[in-house]
Design a protein around this ligand. Structure first.
Ligand SMILES: NC(=O)c1ccc[n+]([C@@H]2O[C@H](COP(=O)([O-])OP(=O)(O)OC[C@H]3O[C@@H](n4cnc5c(N)ncnc54)[C@H](OP(=O)(O)O)[C@@H]3O)[C@@H](O)[C@H]2O)c1
Length: 326
């Protein structure tokens, strides 16, 4: 395993982050396709044994059960001081007032609830899952700063939002001497490159570590365009990401297949190598529902795509409407 500093922090993370949205009770929350605890544990163990020390979950994933499964498994399979646990706040955890969002009240409630579910007294990276249009930015940033000062989070990060919103938040944190975001977790892969316009250059300029989600486009880059899996059939959020520009997207998927065939490696390795080729990316957050998925992700680290291969992979891309912020 390779290790890198997370953005410009001093924190060592594996070059791959394991996405733990895949692990959660399918009866809870909105993801019918998740693996239950018994099926999740071998994959979490395999990731630890492969040297992955960076794990991403969220309070909302499978109604908190992802955090529970990940917390128990990591306690058993690794040492707390070696592992980097990232979770998120913003999504709705219960109906009614104050059940979601980034108010001071919600953040203070949700960090404690996440720590209880994870079975730890701190998380390494506490991320805001989305921008909150209904809470003053100052309120959110001061609450996050207080979470860090209380020792409940080591670093803070943000996730999908407009670049102007992220720039504003960085500026307000600096102006008030509050903890700065260390990371941006955004949607980036060969089928969605809109983040190359504003967000990636902003992160580069500000020393923010980028940790892209769904780097394989939720599996679409790993197989033929018309092929479906259990997950793709029932992935409600995924369906919101891939509705337009279908013809161009199909050609991108075909280009991945061609480059993979030229090299004699699985397509997933090529799609991931493309994300890894961007200097601003610290660690893509990969999803793994089978042992081979982790093996491919690790193998992708050894692939350095040539400029000609990158041109080949990117040639068919057309601009996409912005998605992934809701
Ligand atoms: N911040 C956010 O808003 C946000 C949003 C989404 C995700 N995330 C984070 O990002 C993580 C990863 O998301 P993701 O699961 O969508 O990522 P992904 O890596 O793009 O997709 C993972 C899926 O791709 C397929 N796959 C993976 N490796 C493969 C291989 N070697 N060969 C063939 N198929 C392969 C599998 O699909 P099948 O299971 O269908 O076979 C797997 O479930 C999540 O767990 C979560 O931590 C964050």
């Amino acid at each position: 395993m390779e290790y890198v500093k997370l953005g410009t922090t001093g924190l060592d993370v594996s070059r791959l982050c394991l996405g733990c949205m895949t692990y959660g009770d399918p009866q809870r929350g909105r993801h019918e396709w998740t693996l239950d605890e018994a099926s999740s544990r071998p994959l979490l163990r395999q990731a630890v044994e492969a040297g992955i020390n960076f794990f991403d979950t969220a309070n909302v994933y499978s109604d908190g059960s992802s955090e529970e499964i990940v917390g128990r498994a990591l306690k058993e399979f690794t040492r707390r001081d070696e592992v980097v646990i990232a979770t998120k706040v913003h999504g709705r955890m219960r109906p009614g007032p104050n059940g979601a969002g980034l108010s001071r009240k919600a953040i203070m409630q949700e960090i404690d609830a996440s720590l209880t579910r994870l079975g730890t007294d701190y998380v390494d990276l506490y991320q805001i899952h989305r921008f909150d249009y209904d809470t003053p930015i100052e309120e959110t940033l001061e609450a996050l700063h207080d979470v860090v000062k209380a020792g409940k989070a080591r670093y803070i990060g943000a996730s999908s939002m407009y670049a102007w919103q992220f720039a504003t938040m960085l500026h307000i944190a600096d102006a008030n001497g509050w903890t700065r975001f260390a990371t941006m977790q955004n949607y980036l892969n060969l089928l969605y490159r809109e983040e190359e316009r504003e967000m990636l250059p902003l992160c580069e300029a500000e020393g923010i570590g980028v940790i892209p989600w769904s780097p394989l486009a939720r599996g679409r880059l790993t197989r033929d365009w018309d092929e479906a899996t259990e997950r793709s059939r029932t992935d409600v959020f995924g369906k919101t990401l891939y509705q337009q520009t279908a013809e161009a997207d199909r050609k991108v998927v075909e280009a991945v297949a061609t480059v993979a065939a030229q090299r004699g490696v699985p397509r997933a390795q090529i799609a991931l190598a493309w994300v890894l080729s961007k200097d601003v990316v610290s660690a893509p957050i990969v999803g793994a529902s089978k042992p081979g998925h982790i093996e491919d992700a690790v193998s992708a680290l050894a692939i350095a795509l040539s400029d000609a291969e990158i041109d080949q992979l990117e040639a068919a891309y057309v601009p996409h409407a912005v998605v992934g912020f809701s």
